[in-house]
Design a protein around this ligand. Structure first.
Ligand code: SF4
Ligand code: SF4
Length: 467
């Protein structure tokens, strides 16, 4: 080991690799990876980006495929509208998603971070390639940054940052389309700016936020800001698949000497796995929180191994057990438990989504009102009704008292036509013949009918005189 290696071996756990001993930030100039894994990630990322930008354009029966309108509490998934009343489905969905991520982390480490996290996908497959294109290789970028302010510097920096801003604006618009729907975004673009000043300010803030993250914050999101990244440690075990350096094969590392019998391990200390790392770490130091599992070091090392005629896989996907004992990956009890839980939650989610009502009715007696005796020897109670129509069509409905005689009189006498995508509120009297009211507080059922089809039954209480 060189003196530098020895110093590094003693200090690398004291601070994150992208911070100098004085506490300043060390900018990561990652080289462009190439190889099998990078190709796979490129396909996945392009597919991911295509989906991200196309989804807001997809409509089924005039309904957006996906919309998450937090401001109005309206959510559309698979072109089905979900209201705050369906919130539990979202809660279950979120729990399922978290279990999914946890399971994946337990089994495959930071596969999510390296392959499908938006931060990684946008940074590594949109922003960084633009940077390589405009400013050149990492070495050229470094030279540019450390050099004097020249015309070339100004031109390159201006071009890069203008493109970054334009893409951030596009991402912000796409996010807005996910939140408000594409129609709304088109409307905002067509109508005078002053009518949508609030949204415009929001859009500007989001544009600057994305720009700031991808132009400046970058790897710090993964290494210090993202809570998921910081939670990894508690989810990993010795069977977790991760990007691992096979130290048994690689150590002691040492430079390649031409025409000399090699006594060291397979690592020739070329540092290619380090220079390609987007978080600036040395995977040979072992598993580190900063590793986002991007596989770039696998590709780089494989290239080196091929060049020196050694087997590939000095850095590879492997569990700690596999590296230390040679034991092959196996699905342990914890993984089985998580998988079981995940399957149960997914089935439960599917049942909730497919059995979800499109009309939701809530009926309760008007507070503070007692019963009234009305003409025809009847007892009458006043009720408030709230019917949520989650569909995109108006629905005419009627209410009927079930299993006992009685008549419903809607105040205003109008036919109930539920407005589309709206909460419809109205009040009605329920008159029941005196002889049928047997208790002070009777449980009754009211059916909601669309034509002759009963779409819901609601239970409530009817108040009568003491007997
Ligand atoms: S790329 Fe491979 S050979 Fe080169 S330093 Fe990294 S582990 Fe060693
Ligand atoms: S150590 Fe390897 S897998 Fe981990 S972030 Fe760096 S290059 Fe990617």
């Amino acid at each position: 080991m060189t003196e530098d290696d020895l110093l590094h071996a003693e200090t690398y756990r004291d601070r994150v690799s992208t911070v100098t001993d004085k506490g300043d930030r060390k900018w990561v100039y990652a080289t462009k990876p190439s190889g099998k894994w990078y190709n796979y990630r490129t396909y996945v990322s392009y597919f991911y980006l295509a989906i991200f930008f196309v989804i807001p354009f997809i409509k089924v029966n005039g309904m957006p495929f996906m919309m998450i309108n937090l401001l109005e509490g309206k959510f559309i998934l698979f072109s089905k509208i979900f209201w705050p009343q369906d919130f539990f489905i979202f809660a279950i969905g979120m729990i399922t998603f978290i279990i999914f991520i946890v399971l994946f982390t337990v089994v495959f480490g930071r596969l999510f971070c390296g392959w499908v996290c938006p931060q990684t996908v946008f940074l590594e497959f949109v922003f960084r390639p633009i940077e390589w294109l405009v400013e050149g290789s990492p070495a050229q970028q470094k030279k540019l940054n450390e050099g004097d302010f020249t015309l070339e510097y100004a031109a390159k920096k201006t071009t890069k940052h203008l493109i970054f801003l334009a893409i951030s604006f596009l991402i912000a618009n796409t996010f807005l389309a996910y939140i408000r729907g594409l129609d709304e975004v088109v409307k905002i673009v067509k109508e005078p700016i002053v009518e949508h000043l609030g949204l415009l300010i929001g859009m500007a803030i989001f544009t600057l936020l994305f720009y700031g993250v991808f132009a400046f914050v970058r790897d710090l999101v993964c290494t210090t800001i993202c809570p998921y990244g910081r939670l990894q440690g508690v989810m990993f075990d010795k069977d977790t698949m991760q990007i691992s350096y096979d130290y048994k094969r690689g150590e002691p590392r040492g430079k390649l000497h031409k025409n000399a019998v090699r006594t060291e391990g397979d690592c020739i200390n070329c540092m290619k796995c380090v220079t390609v790392c987007p978080t600036g770490i040395d995977i040979r130091d072992g598993l580190q929180m900063e590793c986002v599992g991007c596989t770039a070091c696998i590709d780089s090392c494989n290239e080196v191994m091929a060049a020196i005629h050694k087997p590939k896989g000095l850095i590879r996907y492997a569990s700690e057990n596999e590296i230390t004992t040679g034991e092959k990956f196996h699905f342990n009890t914890r993984m089985k438990a998580y998988t079981g839980l995940l399957l149960v939650l997914m089935v439960f989610m599917a049942v909730l989504i497919f059995t979800r009502k499109t009309v939701d009715t809530y009926i309760s007696r008007v507070k503070g009102q007692l019963y009234q005796e009305v003409e025809g020897n009847k007892i009458s109670n006043l009720f408030d009704a709230k019917i949520i129509n989650k569909t995109r069509e108006e629905i005419p409905v009627t209410l009927k008292l079930e299993d006992m005689p009685g008549q419903i009189r809607v105040i205003g006498g109008h036919q109930i036509v539920l407005k589309k995508e709206a909460v419809n509120e109205f009040t009605f009297f329920l008159d029941i013949p005196k002889e049928a009211v047997k208790t002070r507080s009777a449980s009754i059922k009211i059916g909601v009918y669309q034509g002759n089809e009963k779409i819901q039954t609601v239970k409530t209480k009817f108040l009568g005189p003491f007997k």
